[in-house]
Ligand binder design. Structure first.
Ligand SMILES: [Zn+2]
Length: 280
């Protein structure tokens, strides 16, 4: 083969490769609670005498395409809801990224799984991020939740104002429904009804497909026993369980399904830095 043809073919195959988005996925711990919780607090009909370590986390999806995507934005101190928990550690969401060499300004996108205080409150920390949230979840969060008989549990008015401001600034995309590829190689799915229309993420690393469930699965017990979230954790217990069944069909091994609040995530995967693991 002539060298020029060989080089041409090489270039072509390199171009094809670069068109395939590959991502590295990390869980970053924002806070850990002082005491374990009874499993029954998180899983419907779960054991009261068995406990689970509870953490608050965000997830970083780092692409070979220049994308640094967060699933959820964590929280800053100051919400009334925080009083429900006693923290033994807390780190601001943007500071956790420094351990991976990233600054707040490097975050290109934030996918909001659902607008509860501990998942959305940090959005204003990231000046260049574009926000992706389900349209129905957004609409409920900024309007009907606050009407008579609205369900505003876990919602903070300050977060409503910041999200509306970001929308006014043209920095929000409202995702319209289930099974949508919002960014090349990043798909979102609805149906779990953790909030009005919460979503979870499916992402490929090349070697594996990973489901980042966020609170569409609270803790591993929910997934392992197919138990819905305990009271306050879903609008529809059947939908919540069906959604976990569906997640299992999206990955080769259930170990690649990552729940929203289980401390075990940080011992199951390789640690990159204190409070940071790589999902692989
Ligand atoms: Zn949560």
């Amino acid at each position: 083969m002539k060298l020029s043809i060989f080089l041409g073919l090489l270039l072509l195959s390199l171009q094809t490769l670069s068109q395939t988005e590959r991502y590295q996925v990390y869980a970053l711990r924002v806070a850990a609670t002082t005491h374990p919780f009874p499993i029954s607090y998180w899983a419907d009909n779960g054991p009261q005498n068995d406990s689970v370590g509870v953490v608050f986390m965000i997830w970083l999806i780092r692409g070979n395409n220049g994308k640094n995507i967060l699933l959820d934005a964590g929280f800053l101190h100051g919400s009334d809801y925080e009083k429900e928990f006693e923290f033994k550690s807390y780190q601001r969401p943007d500071s956790t990224l420094l351990k991976l060499g990233l600054k707040a300004g490097d975050i290109t996108d934030i996918i909001i799984s659902h607008p509860h205080w501990d998942h959305i409150n940090g959005i204003s920390l990231f000046p260049n991020a574009h926000i992706w949230i389900q349209k129905e979840d957004y609409n409920y969060f900024v309007s009907a939740a606050w009407l008579k008989r609205g369900a505003m549990g876990g919602f903070d008015k300050r977060d409503v104002r910041s999200l509306v401001d970001l929308n006014l600034a043209g920095r929000v995309t409202l995702v319209d429904g289930d099974n949508k590829e919002i960014i090349p190689g990043i798909k979102v799915f609805t149906g779990s009804k953790h909030t009005f229309d919460s979503q979870f993420v499916l992402v490929g690393t090349g070697a594996n497909r990973i489901v980042l469930a966020s609170d569409n699965i609270w803790i591993y017990y929910n997934l392992e026993h197919l138990r819905p979230a305990a009271i306050g954790g879903t609008w529809d217990t059947t939908a919540y369980v069906n959604s976990m069944r569906r997640m299992k069909t999206l990955v080769s091994n259930p170990k690649y399904i990552i729940p929203g609040h289980d401390a075990k995530v940080f011992s199951l995967f390789p640690q990159i830095a204190e409070g940071v693991v790589k999902i692989e």
